[in-house]
Design a protein around this ligand. Structure first.
Ligand code: GLA
Length: 779
């Protein structure tokens, strides 16, 4: 609910309040963002001032009490005494750079308007309201509209800003961020997510007593170096308690956030498009929209912050027929055979996968042009490799469909290899600087999506590919960071617009195809998670989280995503061992346990697996399908992330829950383990149970001799023979308890193996051991 009177603005969600006011001088003073409060006038919220401190700039002669450097603001530019990070910077026609935006008017509208150039959140509930505050620049007459959309149900407020050149002359924007907000104290904790290829989303916490912390990307994408998602919290906040503010951005290009503690011990946050290598010229009458920033506040720690973000993403970001539809279990050809496949080998893989229960077969890279490695053919989407696929895409699709599987395809539409027919025809379509050496990234270049002709061409090519009969899924990849920024389509004085114009071209391409082919399930990918953000999630509902399929690495990666993204948005595959990215060996069941806490798939040569492993895969897929609705769309809880990782997911109706537990390294003698749970209905009686599994006797090494009547040499023929027929029984966990007990106490599990004996009351739990547990309403 929005309460506004042109002087004071209160934005209330179910449990939060955001408040600001118009100061006597016309600036907007931020007053409060926290728990829901009953407040309709600002006297206790606003800062009181009588004299400005020494060595500061006072706003004007008439206001010697006011220095903008020491006010909590909703927006700030440079030049009028605020020395902190600005939200916007310009160069005016007269060369001046100072702006002075003051309040002009406001409107409250029902609903969530769409953006013109960028993806935006949306509302179908009819409960969202939007406040637009118009600010006028006293110096040059520019207009800035600050927008606030209030999503009551999920405790989210989104912010954005639009700059309109209402002056008579042109202006150059050199920084145009989406939001600015000031806290009244220093020493807050910033939680952000960093990494690189195969190591996305590593959580970092830093407490900021002074100075500045920047969380920004410059890959041209939202990046694996540094995801746009971040949080600000009181330093003692933890999973279940404390004040936490979450931030995210609907933008897939270079992003920037800076958190700065001022000389007056206030903490400022600014957030939006990275101003580095950016400028945008606006002629008189033109406007620029900054991407939408998402804010949520939780008074109950990181857990509630994540639940808010998850609900928001599920309800107001992802869209289309796949929004709430259960996602198919897929088999992907990439780690199964890389570029080396034929129609026959693909069908053999598809057939085995179908028998194991898979629902979708995805042919990854290598199906077009002369693409037998990653040096060539990107761009040649109209040339199917007939040596590999004699019947073309259509032929393979039909045969895959005939097996009873959906058919899916990999594409990388934004890229071009110099060794391609497309480049030979249109060298001017690549982003590179004429007559200069070019840096390379995976032997490929970016297509110039600043050029509308290139976007139109790619819409046509992709429309042909997407029209393949029987095609139900697309994996949309993007495997190169930006370098050699230059669009041959743009004049010299517009080259600083390249990175943002590329993003706008990308969105037009994606949006057109998503709207033209709504039934196709689209999965994003950028060398794994190099473009995992809310902008792309507006068009495709799931993203390949990481090229790293190692179950242990995935713990931190998926745990990281879970802070801001629901599990239906990140995909996770069971792959071969030793793992292709780390060479680590992990049990098949552990790979499954971790992958089933994202959208599950398989990416390995099933035909090379032992028959007992194939049987295990079949059982896994069957189990996953049984709990798929809960696993993909339930509420996600993080419980532990140290040597032991624990997650659980609870169905929205609280009837079912699945928990995952994984151990990285055995700690000798550590025999007791408690499984933590949350989110169950306190008054409901639940049945808690584990899976009944059996283990390979070889896992116990030559301890087999403690029970064997004859001596067995390790790894001998006899040992292998015994292993074939004798299985070690897994532990049984089966209890009934009320939800309040499970939420408060969790479940004390049977003891781990600690070297003193083994039977069905002991958990065989080696390095990288994992378990899934289930909770269902008791009859
Ligand atoms: C990227 C993707 C992989 C795979 C390859 C194909 O690395 O992240 O999943 O599709 O490209 O070239």
């Amino acid at each position: 609910m929005i309460k506004a009177d042109g002087k004071v603005f209160f934005l209330n969600t179910k449990s939060t309040t955001y408040a600001f006011r118009v100061m006597e001088t016309g600036q907007l003073e931020h007053m409060y963002y926290g728990r829901l409060i009953n407040c309709d006038e600002p006297s206790v919220l606003k800062e009181k001032r009588a004299f400005a401190p020494g060595n500061t700039i006072t706003y004007d002669d008439a206001h010697q009490d006011l220095t903008l450097e020491d006010v909590r603001l909703e927006l700030s530019a440079i030049g009028k005494g605020d020395l902190r990070e600005p939200m916007l910077e310009v160069v005016c026609a007269d060369g001046s750079t100072s702006l002075d935006f003051v309040y002009d008017s406001y409107e409250v509208i029902s609903g969530k308007p769409e953006f013109k150039t960028l993806p935006s959140s949306y509302d179908e509930s009819g409960k969202v309201e939007t406040l637009n505050v118009t600010m006028k620049d006293k110096n040059h007459g520019f207009t800035l509209i600050l927008s606030y959309s209030v999503f009551e149900e999920c405790d989210v407020i989104t912010r954005s800003a639009k700059f309109i050149n209402t002056s008579d002359e042109s202006v150059r924007l050199t920084r145009m961020l989406s939001m600015l907000m000031d806290y009244d104290h220093p020493g807050m904790k910033i939680t952000s997510f960093h990494g690189g290829w195969t190591r996305e989303m590593n959580k970092s916490d830093i407490v900021l007593p002074a100075g500045k912390f920047v969380n920004a990307s410059f890959t041209g994408t939202s990046s694996n170096r540094c995801n746009p998602l971040f949080m600000i919290s009181e330093p003692d906040s933890c999973e279940e308690s404390g004040d936490v503010w979450g931030f995210n951005l609907l933008y897939s290009g270079n992003h920037y956030s800076a958190t700065e503690v001022s000389s007056f011990k206030k903490t400022r946050v600014v957030y939006g498009i990275n101003p580095q290598n950016f400028a945008w010229d606006l002629a008189a009458g033109e406007e620029f929209e900054a991407p939408e920033a998402v804010l949520t506040y939780s008074a109950a720690g990181f857990r509630q912050m994540s639940l808010n973000m998850h609900d928001f993403v599920r309800e107001h970001i992802t869209r289309g027929p796949w929004k709430k539809k259960e996602r198919p279990v897929l088999i992907n050809s990439w780690e199964a055979s890389y570029f080396d496949f034929t129609e026959g080998s693909l069908l053999k893989l598809a057939k085995t996968a179908k028998n194991a229960g898979a629902e979708l077969f995805v042919m990854d890279d290598g199906w077009f042009g002369d693409r037998n490695d990653d040096h060539r053919a990107l761009g040649d989407w109209d040339i199917v490799n007939k040596k590999k696929l004699p019947g073309g895409l259509e032929g393979l699709s039909k045969k895959v469909n005939d097996l009873g599987l959906m058919f899916g395809l990999w594409v990388e539409p934004e890229m071009i290899n110099v060794d391609s027919e497309l480049y030979r025809k249109h060298p001017d379509w690549a982003i590179d600087i004429p007559n200069m050496d070019h840096s390379e990234g995976r032997f490929q270049r970016l297509l110039d999506l600043c050029n509308p002709e290139v976007v139109d061409y790619m819409i046509d090519r992709m429309s042909e590919v997407f029209s393949t009969p029987g095609l139900s899924y697309i994996k949309w990849d993007m495997n190169r960071n930006f370098s050699d920024y230059y669009s041959k389509y743009l004049p010299a004085d517009k080259q600083l617009e390249v990175s943002h114009r590329y993003v706008l071209g990308f969105y037009r391409l994606l949006k057109t195809l998503a709207e033209r082919f709504p039934e196709i399930l689209m999965e994003g990918c950028a060398s794994g998670g190099n473009r995992f953000d809310l902008g792309v999630l507006c068009y495709y509902p799931q993203i390949w989280a990481s090229d790293n399929t190692d179950a242990v690495s995935r713990l931190a990666i998926q745990d990281g995503y879970s802070y801001g993204y629901p599990q239906s948005t990140y995909t996770a595959h069971v792959s071969a061992c030793p793992n292709h990215q780390t060479l680590r060996v992990t049990p098949l069941e552990s790979r499954f346990a971790v992958a089933s806490f994202g959208v599950l798939g398989y990416e390995l040569n099933l035909n090379d697996m032992k028959s007992e492993d194939i049987a295990a895969v079949k059982a896994q897929i069957e189990l996953y399908k049984q709990y798929r609705k809960t696993l993909q769309f339930g509420d996600f809880y993080r419980h532990r992330a140290d040597n032991i990782y624990q997650w659980s997911i609870v169905d929205k109706d609280k009837s079912t829950s699945v928990s995952m537990l994984m151990q990285r390294e055995i700690v000798a003698g550590d025999q007791y383990l408690k499984l933590e749970m949350a989110g169950l209905d306190p008054q409901t009686k639940y049945h808690f149970f584990g899976r009944k599994l059996e283990y390979n006797v070889k896992g116990f090494g030559d301890l087999v001799n403690t029970v064997s009547p004859i001596h067995i040499k390790q790894d001998s023929l006899v040992h292998n023979l015994v292993a074939k027929f004798v299985k070690m029984p897994g532990e049984i966990e089966d209890y009934v308890a009320y939800g309040d007990t499970l939420n408060s106490n969790g479940v004390k599990l049977v003891q781990s193996f600690v070297g003193t004996g083994f039977n069905e009351e002991v958990r065989y739990f080696p390095d990288f051991g994992a378990r899934l547990y289930f909770v269902e309403k008791a009859e």
